[in-house]
Ligand binder design. Structure first.
Ligand code: URA
Length: 261
């Protein structure tokens, strides 16, 4: 994000904002190799090379990791051209600029991780890390064993076959059925498209697990910071290379039972 140079210098701990103005007007600051002396000038500390007296300026921002229960009706983008609410609107009190790791559809609810740790975010989103994501899906009507089998073995979508998934029936009423689907891919609207492909109509979609992080009794709109041990576990996992630990037994492996609705 573009910021005034004096703000960047003070955030980087070079000097106070007032002193930074003098440093700028004295011609000691360069942006991408060009000396800048105007006080209104802006730069982006993430993408521009900023130097003072030839030395690189770096902002050591505190790393923040947020686990949010995204409610339905929020966009996982940083801005919405249609003016719809965005997930970061919910993060009251978080000063750092955090970004969602991956996406959940506007109409999907559930666990979403946000961070300003670009390296960890990129690693977790990379297909080679294949983090398990567990979804609870309410579909209208009933789900047959054959549909469960097809979802589990992989279904053909426009962008190719889906990888095998862990699919389990959870509960059913006369009108609806809940199933759990655990996937490690992260294709666009994947769970909805998988269900459509086998003739199921999704009425509600909730991500209840992201790797070892489970939704537990969090409520829509609630968020918490990850514990240092949780961050370490995620980082260890990604540092390990493949990121695939031993397979877990589905979205219900570690969470409160889903009640019949
Ligand atoms: N699959 C979907 O269809 N939507 C999501 O938001 C996440 C997974």
């Amino acid at each position: 994000m573009q910021e005034r140079l004096q703000k960047i210098l003070s955030q980087a701990g070079i000097a106070s904002r007032r002193e930074s103005e003098t440093i700028i007007t004295d011609g000691r600051v360069a942006v991408n190799g060009t000396v800048v002396t105007e006080l209104g000038a802006k730069a982006d500390p993430e993408t521009d090379s900023i130097t003072v007296d030839g030395k690189a300026v770096t902002i050591d921002e505190k790393r923040v990791y947020v686990l949010l229960y995204k409610p339905v009706g929020y966009m996982t983008t940083m801005k919405d051209p249609e003016g719809r609410p965005i997930v970061t609107d919910l993060l009251t009190g978080i000063k750092e600029r955090v970004y969602p790791i991956g996406r959940l559809d506007y109409n999907t609810e559930g666990l979403l991780l946000l961070t300003n740790d670009g390296a960890l975010a990129n690693t977790l989103m990379h297909p080679s890390h294949e983090v398990d994501k567990g979804y609870l899906v309410r579909v209208s009507g009933h789900v047959s064993p054959h549909q469960i089998k097809m979802l589990s073995e992989g279904v053909k979508l426009e962008d190719g076959m889906t990888a095998p998934a862990k699919v389990l029936p959870v509960s059913e009423s006369e009108q609806n059925c809940w199933i759990s689907i655990t996937i490690h891919e992260g294709r666009y609207r994947q769970v909805r498209r998988m269900c459509e492909a086998v003739g199921l109509s999704v009425v509600r979609l909730k991500r209840a697990r992201y790797d070892f992080l489970v939704i537990g009794d969090m409520k829509p709109g609630e968020f918490r910071l990850l514990e240092p041990a949780e961050v370490a576990k995620l980082s260890r996992k990604t540092a390990a290379g493949s990121g695939r630990g031993p397979r877990k037994t589905g979205v219900l492996a570690k969470r409160a039972p889903v009640k019949r609705r």
